[in-house]
Design a protein around this ligand. Structure first.
Ligand code: KIV
Ligand code: ZN
Length: 521
């Protein structure tokens, strides 16, 4: 199923978590993490996955290529400025894709043309057309965006879009780059463009809204009501500054209010939303606020007695969506201490996790047994975390946590003794700290002396209860490069040390790259 099989009433969902989402400061992802997220989006049957900005860095190029190799059911898209070198890089990275798209852009607003590009409107128009023709040499699936369309002159926008459609753009995307528009205005913009551009029927109109005024979802939906048939969005609304329109909000609104929208998202498996949201939040370390629509922890929780009573009598008194439709199942106990490998493998398969090899399965199964010894009730979320942890550890090629001992006592200074394996050599050190986690990190640093700065330390419990596994994210920065490390364990000090070690492995990766920022390349 690719987005080229579009029917008139289908809303194309274009996910840009891996590109615009990664432009959130601190949300950088490794290649493996991008592939994991892309696979989860494919499972949701997202139509188009914008996998990155290939010219931005070698890491971005490799990630787009890896996603194009791994994902076969969704169209894979690469971003490119309206420059030959960008388009060549995107074309190259997308070669392995079953269905690839080049997304090229140039700014069209007076302020961007004059102050950023220092180009006249005529030069911009000419470069836009040239870029689309160049991209068409690689694929007939070309998308063009007039950056900052939300603040562009309507007449000029019409001229540019007519010209790029003539040049072969099959999708024209209208970005509200700075999140300045309001829904009635943005809806009218899409309506006017479609009315006034003579060849508008030869392209799909798309929108890409930023959330600076909290209107990204509303603006996107107003555009859909006015003929847009592709929405660009991200999981959890991740993205530059205040983020992009959130995929889960756009999708669930169109699904829930099918009575008013002129198109549908029936082709999507919305039950994948919750696990995608958790995956993205775990990888990026961007926690989801509890009251976030659709995926927040409280989105389906009823606290007040009146609401609880109403829902028990008739669910629809206070619920407009079914929790199951977004993949929120009751966290049931699935496996226990005595469950065998087969039961373990089968349940994980049901959760969409396939092991690449027997040794990967064995490794995950032995972790499961260890966990089952400590925690008697193993839930689906525990299993997911366990698999994530196994892949995190497998990625720790350079530094590995061997052992950790902490001493924390009322009135005493906490002390941690850590043993780590650095490139095959085991090293040990001891340090004091203001708390056990601080002491553990300091002990690691005594050995590693990494020169990194800790930007974020966060802990989330995976399930409820004090025996829950803690999921820790550690964000480190060095020389402008930012990485996120993850660790999970029922002991949060151990989880923290694992997350720190994981972040060190990533930041020291030889091919690690700078955080891509669209404007700076
Ligand atoms: O916000 C924006 O204008 C963009 C474009 C590259 C589509 O991200
Ligand atoms: Zn954007």
């Amino acid at each position: 199923m690719s987005e080229t099989s579009t029917t008139a009433d289908k809303l194309i969902i274009f996910d840009t978590t891996l590109r615009d989402g990664e432009q959130s400061p601190g949300a950088s992802m490794t290649m493996d993490e991008k592939v994991r997220i892309a696979r989860a989006l494919e499972k949701m049957r997202v139509d188009v996955i914008e996998a990155g900005f290939p010219v931005a860095s070698v890491g971005d190029f490799e990630a787009v290529k890896a996603v194009a190799e791994a994902v076969k059911d969704s169209t894979i898209c690469g971003l490119a400025r309206a420059l030959d070198k960008d388009i060549d890089r995107a074309g190259e990275a997308l070669k392995p894709a079953n269905s690839g798209r080049i997304h090229t852009f140039i700014a069209t607003s007076p302020i961007h043309m004059k102050s950023k590009l220092r180009m006249s409107p005529e030069q911009v128009l000419e470069q836009a057309v040239r870029a689309v023709k160049k991209a068409r040499q690689y694929t007939d699936n070309v998308e063009f965006s007039p950056e900052d369309a939300g603040r562009s002159d309507l007449d000029f926008l019409c001229r540019v879009l007519e010209a790029v459609i003539d040049a072969g753009a099959s999708t024209v995307n209208i970005p509200d780059t700075v999140g300045y528009n309001i829904p009635s205005q943005f809806g009218a913009l899409i309506h006017n463009l479609r009315e006034r551009i003579p060849n508008s029927d030869r392209a799909i109109f798309s929108v890409h809204c930023h959330n600076d005024l909290g209107l990204a979802t509303a603006n996107s939906l107003a555009a859909v009501m006015n003929g847009a048939r592709q929405v660009e969005c991200t999981i959890n609304g991740l993205g530059e500054r205040a983020g992009n329109a959130s995929l889960e909000e756009v999708v669930m609104t169109v699904k829930t209010r099918r009575d008013i929208f002129p198109c549908s998202v029936d082709h999507l498996d919305t039950t994948q939303i919750m696990s995608c949201s958790r995956l993205v939040s775990g990888i990026t370390g961007f926690a989801v606020q509890p009251n976030k629509a659709i995926v927040g922890a409280n989105a389906f929780a009823h606290e007040s007695g009146i609401h609880q009573d109403g829902v028990l009598k008739h669910r629809e008194t206070y619920e407009i969506m079914r929790a199951e439709d977004v993949g929120l199942t009751t966290n049931r106990m699935v496996l226990g201490k005595h469950s065998g490998r087969n039961a373990f493998r089968t349940r994980l398969k049901e959760l969409g996790v396939e092991f690449k090899s027997e040794s990967e399965l064995n490794e995950a199964f032995s972790r499961f047994k260890e966990l089952a010894d400590k925690k008697h009730e193993i839930y689906d979320d525990d299993l997911q975390a366990l698999v994530t942890e196994a892949s995190v550890e497998a990625g720790n090629e350079w530094v590995k946590l061997v052992a950790l001992k902490v001493c924390s006592e009322t009135g005493e200074i906490p002390v941690a003794t850590i043993s780590i394996d650095v490139d095959g050599e085991e090293k040990e050190s001891t340090s004091e700290g203001s708390g056990p986690v601080d002491a553990a990190f300091k002990a690691i640093e005594k050995i590693m002396n990494s020169g990194t700065e800790l930007l974020l330390y966060s802990v989330n419990n995976i399930t409820t209860g004090t025996d829950s596994q803690g999921e820790v994210t550690v964000r480190l920065e060095k020389g402008g490069r930012i990485v996120n490390g993850q660790g999970a364990d029922t002991d949060i000090v151990i989880a923290s040390a694992r997350a720190y070690v994981n972040a060190l492995n990533k930041i020291m990766e030889p091919e690690a790259r700078s955080h891509p920022q669209t404007g700076d390349v």
